[in-house]
Structure formats: structure tokens, C-alpha cells
Design a protein around this ligand. Structure first.
Ligand code: MG
Length: 165
């Protein structure tokens, strides 16, 4: 069993979609970033890479690389999950927290969990996503940024299971 953790923060700016866990959340601001800026999927991807000591998403998908301009972070996460599989590990569970002053994420949490579960081929019960505000403090609290933390567990693929990958 391996454990990985990830963190990400993106500035919130006008004229960008607010992408959280693969879902576009209606809001007048969104994440600045080279890719689509999906802060939650980036934290989860870093946690997956961390579980197998495979570096971080910045090394696998360099921010200066035009190939990843406005990249769909769902594809980045899928590709990271495949990197684990090729090393004989599969993600087993995700627990994540998004810190965002507004809008309220509560109504979108189940869609976000389903989306992450689908990307990682996990049952939705294995994907936990929580949302918190920062009580007006720090860059997330003032609405200038959104942050996400993620912890994952990964396990070795059984030999008989790997035949089906
Ligand atoms: Mg990021």
C-alpha cells in the first residue's frame, strides 16, 4: 500500500471557467493557468504521482509546453493514472478538500465525485471530496484563489488482475 498527497492553488480571474474536479461550476471567475486550471484534479494528480515517487505534474506536463495550453485536466489525470498502472500500482481511494470562498460547492460535490471516480475507474464510494471556506482569511478567503488538497492510497496490482489492463 502506498500513500500520496498533493496540493494546488490557482489565482481566480475574470474570463476563465471555474473547473473543479472536471466539472465547470457556474461563476464569474475561474482559475488562471496554462491548462484549464482544474485545481482539484491537479492536487489529485500530484497525490497519485507522489504515491509512487514519480515527481509532480509540472515535470510530466511542463507549464511552458504549448501542447498543454488549455489542456483538459481530466486527460492529464487519466495519463497520470496510466503511469501508475505501468509501474504495477492502481489508485484505491481519494480523499480531497477544496478551499473556496464562493460559490458554494455543495450542490456540485456528487457530480465532482462521479467525474473523478470515472477518470480513475473507481467506485464513487472510493472518492471523497469536501468543500470548505477559509473564513475570509488568506488568498482563498479573499476570493483571489482556490486551493485543493488531496490524499490517495494506491495498491499493487494483483498479477491476475493485470491481465485485464
Ligand atoms: Mg495547477
Amino acid at each position: 500500500m502506498k500513500i500520496g498527497q498533493g496540493w494546488d492553488r490557482h489565482r481566480l480571474v475574470q474570463g476563465r471557467p471555474l473547473m473543479i474536479g472536471g466539472i465547470e461550476i457556474p461563476f464569474h471567475k475561474g482559475e488562471d493557468g496554462h491548462s484549464d486550471g482544474d485545481v482539484l484534479l491537479h492536487a489529485v494528480a500530484d497525490a497519485l504521482l507522489g504515491s509512487c515517487a514519480l515527481g509532480d505534474i509540472g515535470t510530466h506536463f511542463p507549464p511552458g509546453d504549448p501542447a498543454f495550453k488549455d489542456a483538459d485536466s481530466k486527460e492529464l489525470l487519466r495519463s497520470v493514472a496510466e503511469k501508475l498502472l505501468t509501474r504495477g500500482y492502481q489508485v484505491l481511494q481519494v480523499d480531497a478538500t477544496v478551499i473556496l470562498e464562493e460559490p458554494k460547492l455543495g450542490p456540485h460535490i456528487s457530480a465532482v465525485r462521479r467525474c473523478i471516480a470515472e477518470i480513475l475507474s473507481l467506485p464513487v464510494e472510493a472518492v471523497s471530496v469536501k468543500a470548505k471556506t477559509a473564513e475570509g482569511l488568506g488568498p482563498a478567503g479573499t476570493g483571489d484563489a482556490v486551493e485543493a488538497y488531496a490524499v490517495v492510497t494506491a495498491g499493487e496490482i494483483e498479477e491476475d488482475q493485470s491481465l485485464y489492463l
